[in-house]
Design a protein around this ligand. Structure first.
Ligand code: SAM
Ligand code: SF4
Length: 331
């Protein structure tokens, strides 16, 4: 197609240029704030979009809808077979391509992913203590994650961001140690407020460590200079005075950023979600497999975004938990 894309605008005037693509709902960890210890059903394999389907949808998003950045996620996206080949095909579409991962396997794959055209990675890491890591994720894999982080940096997949979800009584005493670790290694630390998106429905607001608490802890150790928020980015950032290091807080619950949201999400089984907290999805997989042309897929995509609400209402009486957990939506 040679015509310029027409922006993907909703009824509040928000322009959507960022797409999260979940490549699988499976994972090799079982983080307590995300999944139950066992008993979570995976999507059937033939229900998951194949590489050609993912590439086609991303191409439509880029060529017709003006999507400029794509983040691959899951579940654990490094578990996707043939990931490097898929990354190469997506990078060839000219998008800014990044990946969110738990880091396991990254030591082996970082160079190949970089060469295939991946731009950056975010790696999740909630603790620096091996025993605590095993308790939070129910797997004893801290060393693999640390090796993955180092490999990502060495491969040039930077700036490497480290995502942590502080939970009261679990790891909130590591907010400062994690930030120090990130400063020492040249990673960008980001703390995420825990959200009611765990598969087991056990989220408890009182266990969530708020942005205010996170900043209070950091403020006791560092002089923080506000950098603000870049465009529609979810993280508010602070520079640590006297250094180049930046720390961020993603306060989805206590300081929602829905007003500037520029994001849509595609689940591994080809359902388009106009919000992390959406309760409805648009079935793009059915369109693809039913033989729809690009124009029909584009129309469905626009209709989904046109129906996007103003924002989530976590904490209010109106809030409805989405049917799918974060691991199946694509975090
Ligand atoms: N497996 C990859 C990982 O862990 O980075 C990608 C998927 S994971 C669902 C994406 C991000 O969501 C991770 O940074 C994880 O910490 C975060 N996450 C998962 N459950 C969450 C929850 N209930 N509240 C806030 N963040 C959550
Ligand atoms: Fe897996 Fe990521 Fe969920 Fe942890 S947060 S269980 S690594 S999908």
């Amino acid at each position: 197609m040679n015509t310029a894309p027409r922006p993907l605008v909703d009824r509040f005037g928000r322009v959507h240029t960022d797409l999260r693509v979940s490549l699988t709902d499976r994972c090799n960890l079982r983080c307590t704030y995300c999944m139950p210890a066992e008993g979570l059903d995976w999507l059937p394999r033939d229900g998951v979009l194949g590489d050609d389907e993912v590439v086609r949808l991303v191409r439509i998003a880029v060529e017709r809808l003006g999507v400029a950045s794509v983040r691959l996620t899951g579940g654990e996206p490094l578990l996707r077979r043939g990931l490097t080949g898929l990354v190469a095909r997506l990078a060839a579409l000219g998008v800014d391509l990044s990946l969110t991962t738990n880091g396991i396997g990254l030591a082996r794959t970082a160079v190949g992913l970089r060469e295939a055209g991946l731009g950056r990675v975010n790696v999740s890491l909630d603790t620096l203590r091996p025993e605590r890591f095993a308790a939070i994720t129910r797997r004893d894999r801290l060393a693999d994650v640390l090796a993955g982080l180092a490999a990502a940096k060495a491969a040039g997949l930077g700036p490497v961001k480290v995502n942590a979800v502080p939970v009261r009584g679990t790891n909130e005493d590591e907010i400062v140690p994690l930030a120090e670790f990130a400063v020492e290694h040249g990673y960008r630390m980001r703390f995420i407020e825990s959200m009611p998106l765990d598969a087991q429905g056990a989220w408890d607001r009182t266990a969530m460590v708020t942005a205010q608490e996170i900043l209070a802890a950091l403020g006791k150790r560092f002089d923080l200079v506000p950098v603000g928020r870049h465009g529609s980015a979810p993280a508010e950032e602070w520079r640590i005075a006297g250094t180049d290091a930046v720390v961020g807080v993603i306060a989805s619950v206590t300081r929602p950023f829905c007003g500037g949201c520029d994001r849509v999400r595609l689940t591994a089984d080809g359902q388009l979600r106009n919000c992390l907290f959406a309760t409805e999805e648009s079935d793009l997989r059915a369109l693809l497999r039913g033989g729809a042309d690009d124009a029909a897929v584009e129309a469905a995509w626009r209709a989904s975004v046109a129906g996007k609400g103003p924002g989530h209402a976590i904490g209010s009486a109106e809030f409805v938990r989405p049917d799918r957990p974060m691991s199946a939506i694509g975090g």
